[in-house]
Design a binder for this molecule. Structure first.
Ligand code: PMP
Length: 400
């Protein structure tokens, strides 16, 4: 009998599974709104001109590919800190932030989960918004956390259940980790405003809960600075310890290069140094060190004043296109006499919780070859001028 005979089939990933069904679909004109990727008006994943420029220069120099240090490229980490915390950050000036390059935002989450589990021990708990990106649950459960959830999305208003959120956070045991989406909440597109952030942060401080900010879409809602409001307000609040996981997959359109970082804020320089040593130990045990290419591209862009300005402009173009598609969809739905979808304009980032039921999502797929997640999440960043009419007509038909 084989050594592996008892191995059972693991369940497939629901999002990736949908993409497989989409790819196998032979119907012409099929549309995939199930993805978590920004796609341009021509239906392609963009290669940003600034990234291309740095890449060509890198290739031309023919740099050897030695190992990076365990915590990655130093310039990348420094520039990442400035992007997340701001160039004038007092936390950075005080040496209170330990940052390591990671394999996408996903590895930042995983490395932090392993490390926090070590700190919290047997009773480690994390509270996650309901709903949230599915991998949040998978990563923290696998790391040994007990998962709790807090109310977040209010289906009746298509907005935030802020009172419910505060109530649930207020009930958590001290020491619980609280996972927060910095902006462009995945999957709902529903975010907190600055005053709501202030209230949440004050509550977390009072209850001695650990803020863990996941920032996968910086620049996709309002801009680099504005989308970092949660991090800036945490700093301003004097919170002693918090965690930020960030990803450049979307903001640099570098999904497959796996570029992200983990930043842990400690009470002082000494604590940050100890945190960095633990982050490195965790990375060493998992994948030894991160890879060179993607981080060199990001550092190349962020490290040049000229390229950084141009990149912010490129990011702004992606952002405006998403806003235009949101508005276009809402207008077309209204013109076709569909029920009110105006809330789509108030949601932020790549996703919208469309409010469509599972049955309606299945009708979209079966009758119109339009793919969305069962939860009703659609990727508005996959809409374009060629598919908008088709999507609006189909959504109207299934909403009647
Ligand atoms: N957090 C959230 C909320 C995400 O949506 C994603 C990507 N879908 C990630 C983290 C992980 O990013 P990456 O692809 O860089 O691992």
């Amino acid at each position: 009998m084989s050594f592996f005979a008892s191995v059972e089939m693991a369940p497939g990933d629901p999002i990736l599974g949908l993409t497989e069904t989409y790819l196998a679909d032979q119907r012409p004109g099929k549309i995939n709104l199930g993805v978590g990727i920004y796609i341009d008006d021509q239906g392609r994943i963009p290669l940003l001109p600034t990234v291309r420029e740095v890449e060509l220069a890198l290739v031309a120099t023919g740099k050897p590919r030695g190992y990076l240090p365990i915590d990655g490229l130093a310039a990348y980490n420094r520039l990442t800190q400035q992007l997340l915390f701001g160039a004038e950050s007092s936390l950075l000036a005080a040496g209170r932030v330990a940052t390591a390059q990671t394999i996408g935002g996903s590895a930042a989450l995983r490395v932090a989960a392993d490390l926090l589990k070590q700190v919290a021990g047997a009773g480690a708990k994390i509270a996650i918004s309901n709903p949230s990106w599915g991998n949040h649950h998978v990563v923290f459960r696998t790391a040994g956390f007990e998962l709790l959830d807090y109310r977040y999305y209010d289906a009746s208003s298509h907005g935030l259940d802020f009172a419910g959120m505060l109530e649930d956070l207020g009930r958590l045991e001290p020491g619980t980790v609280v996972l927060l989406h910095a902006c462009c909440h995945n999957p709902t597109g529903v975010d907190l405003d600055a005053s709501q952030w202030q209230q949440v942060i004050a509550l977390l401080q009072e209850r001695r809960l650990l803020p863990f900010v996941d920032m996968a879409y910086q620049g996709f809602d309002k801009g680099i600075e504005q989308d970092a409001t949660a991090v800036r307000l945490l700093e301003a609040s004097g919170t002693e310890a918090f965690v930020v996981a960030n990803s450049y997959s979307k903001s640099f359109s570098l999904y497959g290069e796996r570029v992200g970082a983990l930043s842990m804020v400690g009470a002082d320089r000494d604590e940050a140094a100890r945190l960095l040593s633990k982050i490195k130990q965790t990375i060493r045990a998992n994948y030894s060190s991160p890879s060179t290419h993607g981080a060199s591209l990001v550092a190349g862009v962020l490290g040049s004043a000229e390229l950084r300005t141009r990149w912010e402009h490129e990011l702004g173009e992606m952002r405006s296109r998403i806003h235009a598609m949101r508005a276009g969809l809402v207008d077309k739905l209204a013109a076709l006499g569909a029920p009110d979808f105006g809330f789509i304009n108030r949601q932020a980032g790549m996703f919208s919780y469309s409010g469509l039921s599972k049955a309606q999502v299945h009708r979209l797929r079966d009758e119109y070859a339009i793919y969305a997640l069962d939860s009703g999440r659609i990727c508005v960043a996959a809409l374009n001028r060629s598919n908008l009419d088709t999507v609006a007509a189909a959504v109207t038909a299934v909403s009647r």
